[in-house]
Design a protein around this ligand. Structure first.
Ligand code: PLP
Length: 436
């Protein structure tokens, strides 16, 4: 029929002209796109051939309010027809960026009150690394330049953020550039040993996601971040929280670090700030950092993206945060997060090859083992097969196999209902049964 013809035509063009991110070029050119999406509503995406799929990871952990909220399109259109763009370099401003910066400061904890805007998470983290180095230089310690990050962390793909990423395949082309980036496992003893070995006088900052996303929805050991905070204070090391996935409600708290009772010095954000409706991110600094940079340095901070504070993106982000607030979505994240964990518990009890259930809010994961007790793995990961079977049943899922794990990850939109959580769990249940 017509839709199928259209799909085939577009697929050919896609294969010919579009270089996809994080995709095997060979496989793509051989197989073409799996889906060509045309519409979204709530937790669903619709393909050009009419197939409706549950978006169980909110696409890339980012479409937090859910698909199809026309108000955001209206906010974008209104802003673009009034003022599509004006530069914020050198100090000029516009209304949506001022309003958004104020709104972000209402959300962020402690004395984190001032935001530098970017177009996404990678840029936000690169900005944070430069800011940390700038800060120590201004404080008369120019040798404090090294950045510590954790194994299995994901911080993006710009040169700095790739270098900080603790998933090795991503770093293939930055190793020669990645000087001064150090990686630790998730024990506080390892961090202590590393700081001692390298010397605190050479370290600018520690960066971590509150809960690692792409690395497998990994929660830190209890009290880990409290101890990190103490260690950073003791050794004059800035604490950067990469809240790109966790920020703005994903974990059931405003920010992921709120779960651990810790206030970082810098917060990096993206994804959830606009729920993916516009490309925008940011880096928020504490008043302490701002005061230092303001009082003890008169020069320019030579860092800015053309789209730092893009008017349309700011207007969209504002509307997105307004929706999260007005519809009590963070509360729904807590309630539906409990449903998700209940569902994962049910799966864990039913299937003897599942264990290590974990998560917070609408961020959840469960892992496959050949033997749950001994933690023995399958020779070939099962999670990817389950995701393939789930797709046949109308669910777009995510399997994570970095670092030898075999994980199914879930991060559905905040608007999800109890019934929809149930549908996800039952599709996974049937898919596991089929793979067995
Ligand atoms: N930091 C975290 C924790 C992320 O999950 C991501 C993206 O997945 C990034 C940074 C990079 O963000 P972006 O892809 O917007 O550059």
């Amino acid at each position: 029929n017509e839709a199928k013809i259209k799909f085939t035509e577009l697929a050919e063009l896609d294969k010919k002209h579009f270089l996809h991110p994080s995709t095997s070029i060979r496989q793509h050119v051989e197989n073409g796109p799996g889906f060509i999406f045309t519409e979204g509503e709530g937790i669903y995406l619709k393909d050009i051939r009419g197939r409706k799929l549950i978006d169980s990871l909110s696409s890339l952990w980012n479409v937090n309010i859910g698909h199809g909220r026309a108000e955001l399109g209206q906010a974008a259109a209104e802003q673009m027809s009034k003022l599509a763009f004006s530069s914020t370099f050198g100090g000029n401003s516009h209304e949506p960026v001022i309003e958004l910066a104020k709104k972000v400061a209402e959300w962020t904890p402690g004395d984190l009150n001032t935001t530098f805007f970017t177009s996404g998470g990678s840029e936000s983290n690169d900005t944070a690394f430069k800011t940390a180095r700038h800060y120590w230089k201004v404080k008369g310690q120019p040798n404090k330049t090294k950045i510590i990050s954790r194994r299995l962390s994901y911080h993006g793909v710009a040169m700095g953020s790739t270098s900080a990423t603790g998933i090795e395949p991503f770093r293939e082309f930055t190793t020669s550039l990645a000087q001064g980036f150090l990686y630790v496992d998730s024990s506080i003893e390892s961090l202590r040993a590393l700081i001692e070995e390298e010397g605190a006088e050479s370290i600018a900052a520690f960066i971590s996601e509150p809960i690692q996303g792409s690395g497998g929805v990994n929660l830190p050991p209890k009290d880990y971040f409290k101890e990190v905070r103490e260690m950073c204070d003791k050794h004059d090391i800035l604490f950067i929280a990469d809240e790109v996935i966790c920020g703005f409600g994903r974990t059931g708290e405003k920010f992921g670090m709120d779960l651990f009772g810790v206030v970082p010095d810098i917060i990096c954000m993206a994804k959830g700030i606009s729920s993916g409706y516009a490309p925008i991110g940011g880096m928020v600094i504490s008043d302490k950092i701002k005061k230092e940079l303001m009082e003890n340095y008169a020069g320019n901070f030579w860092h800015g993206y053309t789209y730092s504070g893009h008017p349309m993106c700011c207007a969209v982000a504002l509307k997105n945060l307004e929706i999260i607030e007005n519809e009590n979505m963070v509360e729904n994240v807590r309630n539906m997060g409990a449903e998700l964990q209940k569902g994962l518990k049910y799966l864990e009890e039913k299937h003897d090859n599942l264990g290590n259930r974990r998560g917070a809010g609408l961020l959840g994961a469960i892992e496959f083992f050949k033997n749950v007790e001994t933690k023995e793995r399958y020779a070939e990961p099962v999670s990817a097969k389950v995701v393939a079977k789930a797709l046949d049943r109308g669910l777009l899922g995510r399997s994570i196999v970095y670092g030898g794990q075999d994980t199914l990850a879930f991060a559905p939109p905040f608007c999800i209902t109890k019934e929809e959580v149930g549908t996800i769990i039952s599709i996974i249940d049937d898919s596991i049964a089929e793979v067995k």
